[in-house]
Design a protein around this ligand. Structure first.
Ligand SMILES: C[S@@+](CC[C@H](N)C(=O)[O-])C[C@H]1O[C@@H](n2cnc3c(N)ncnc32)[C@H](O)[C@@H]1O
Length: 302
């Protein structure tokens, strides 16, 4: 499919260009490849990206930061639990969710940071009886949807409202107690200046030797190329029409962020995923970044 056809997509699309909304169920996935190098842009794509130099005003940027929580809460008011598909791919992509127990009957403790309405955690809870999940989000409405899910039960799950950039996770999760943290399409919603605060916060509750499983928007993802003028907030950072924001990660940026916060890189690759929107007959080339980082064990950190 030619790029020009792709560009004819409605400009409203950027408002809903989140990862895997349910309406994309009318799409089929062509395939997925992992690569260590960033996507190479065509001349046309380069011109499109470079043509967009004007940034949203500082005043509006401050308002967006101030209203970030409100905008996500309104997102869930509009979409309730109907926006994202359940993420049944997590155990396929991250074998640690099954395999990182020291002994077979060990109860794995997981933190889903920025859980939304639980599309990541409920497939895991349904699939694995020996797992305890802490789940937090800064949208009170999203947390309420998690608690109302029929699979939710306090013996296996603890959901709470929290702004990962400022509310200390140890108020709800014991320090050094979590085996696995999932950070799935969440860090992209945080201002780049505050991403380190999120990682420092998570670090407090992760066990030494514990792991963070990360998947989020990658550099030059289809959604990044579709933002129209007036949506750019900074380098690789954009705002959607509903006021929610999205950063697009290069692997170098992400590795530096984690390493400066005291984590060690285990894996860090781009995932290229070709989907075809059957209804519109359009090719949608998605780029995600999928990575794993550990908190060094006591002997490694000294
Ligand atoms: C795209 S959703 C992903 C939800 C979930 N991880 C999933 O896989 O379905 C991003 C979520 O991050 C949450 N979020 C954004 N900034 C946050 C912050 N500072 N603290 C906590 N949650 C945040 C939003 O409320 C939203 O629910």
């Amino acid at each position: 499919m030619s790029l020009s056809k792709r560009e004819t997509l409605s400009c409203d699309a950027s408002a809903t260009q989140l990862e895997e909304p349910k309406e994309e169920m009318s799409s089929c996935v062509f395939g997925q490849t992992k690569t260590s190098t960033a996507k190479v842009l065509s001349q046309e794509e380069l011109e499109q990206l470079n043509g967009e130099r004007a940034l949203v005003s500082e005043f509006k940027q401050m308002k967006l930061e101030k209203e970030a929580q409100k905008n996500w809460d309104l997102f869930y008011k509009r979409n309730t639990t109907n926006f994202f598909k359940d993420r049944h791919w997590t155990t396929r992509e991250f074998e640690e969710l099954k395999a990182c127990r020291e002994f077979e009957s060990q109860r794995l403790v997981l933190l889903e940071a920025g859980c939304g309405v639980g599309n990541c955690i409920f497939p895991l809870l349904e699939d694995d009886l020996s797992i305890f999940v802490y789940a937090c989000d800064f949208s009170p409405r999203a947390v309420e949807f998690v608690k109302q899910n029929p699979v939710y039960c306090p013996e296996r799950c603890s959901a709470f409202q929290c702004d990962l950039t400022k509310d200390d996770l140890t108020e709800n999760v014991p320090a050094d107690s979590v085996d696995v943290v999932t950070l799935i399409f969440v860090l992209s919603a945080v201002h780049p200046d505050k991403m380190k605060l999120v990682l420092e916060n998570i670090r407090k509750v992760l066990k030494p030797g514990g792991i963070i499983l990360f998947r989020d928007y990658g550099l030059y993802d289809h959604a990044m190329l579709r933002f129209k003028s007036g949506s750019k907030l900074g380098e690789n950072f954009y705002v959607r029409q509903d006021g929610t924001r999205s950063y697009f990660f290069s692997k170098e940026f992400l590795a530096e962020l984690f390493e400066e916060t005291g984590f060690q890189s285990v894996a860090n690759d781009y995932v290229l995923r070709e989907t075809v929107n059957k209804k519109e007959g359009l090719c949608v080339p998605r780029v995600f970044l999928q990575s794993k980082f550990t908190k060094p064990g006591q002997s490694q950190s000294s």
